[in-house]
Design a binder for this molecule. Sequence first.
Ligand SMILES: Cc1cc2nc3c(=O)[nH]c(=O)nc-3n(C[C@H](O)[C@H](O)[C@H](O)COP(=O)(O)O)c2cc1C
Length: 370
Amino acid sequence: MSTQADILFEPFRLGNLLLPNRIVMPPLTRSRATQPGDAPNEMNAEYYRQRAGAGLIISEATQISRQGKGYVFTPGIYTDEQIDGWRRVTDAVHQAGGRIHLQLWHVGRISHPALQAEGAQPVAPSAIKPRGAQTFISADSGMVDIPQPRALSKDEIPGIVNQYRVGAENARRAGFDGVQIHAANGYLIDQFLRSGSNQRDDEFGGSLENRLRFPMMVVDAVLSVWGADCSGIRVSPTGSFNDMYDDDPVATYGTFAERLNRTGMSYLEVVEDSFQGNHAGGRPEQVIDAIRAGYKGCYIANGGYSADEARRRIKAGRCDLVSFGRPFIANPDLPERFRCHAQLNEWDSASFYGGDERGYTDYPRLADAN
Ligand SMILES: Cc1cc2nc3c(=O)[nH]c(=O)nc-3n(C[C@H](O)[C@H](O)[C@H](O)COP(=O)(O)O)c2cc1C
């Protein structure tokens, strides 16, 4: 047994929070909000309470408006009922000694008229249908194809930025410790950022400068509510999920990182690799270098990490914190297991999305085995 201190348990100052460890629970959609209304409930509060040992919890993606919804059963943060539901969750996490940020989400084109008010067509920077992308529109729909979106007019963009601002305000009312802007995985902000999905010819598309405009407007709006200390953002520079592609991720994300750095935003979470698809075929070290060169705040690494790889990369200065997605689904006491090098429960992917307590709040803790 090594007598050296475990770097995963070195406390870390993140903005206004002091994290007791370097282990983050990343956003994980579990599609179990109360219907109708998309409000979090007691079962959701129990799930997050169980995982409060994380240095930081980032909530599942949470739509900031009806227009921003892309899947059945996901929670929102735009009605009083939803805010009250999230208050139960934040109270539970805080009572258990944890910290939690809300992930602010607008899906853009990854939606379906069946999920939109009055069957509206989903919106995007450009009218480009994501090939192969699918969603769930009801409990028994199975996966259905995403249709072609309509391109947002320039005049609509300030209203969408305002949805993020109101979402950020509502997150405050719900008792969160901060927010994470979802700019990853092919949703609205990512659709503006990357060249494959943004083929606009106005000031919101075309050049890199123009593609960064909408994302930076959202960042400014969210920071106006929360300040830099309590805000972070998530990107997936080489992810291919939802038919995403960028011509030059080193330039796109290196420049974006440098712009974010100027705002003082407290963290940048990077999906370096993903089981959902990665053009890079492994961690994109050059893109990571460019991001690290531009952005001096806290870097949270994500994607296929084991505890040992996390320790190695933190020690090597490649990241500050690491988030573990599927391991946290299956191991409510993941930090405790890492601390004592215990075996991990395996995740059951059949119960990831939708359903009841099974595969949600019934994964055993180590203590249950004794
Ligand atoms: C069931 C499930 C739901 C997810 N939901 C979200 C989400 O709401 N927002 C997000 O940014 N990423 C989401 N992801 C991606 C994870 O946060 C993470 O990037 C991915 O699982 C890779 O990390 P891992 O290898 O540690 O699991 C989800 C992944 C899974 C498995």
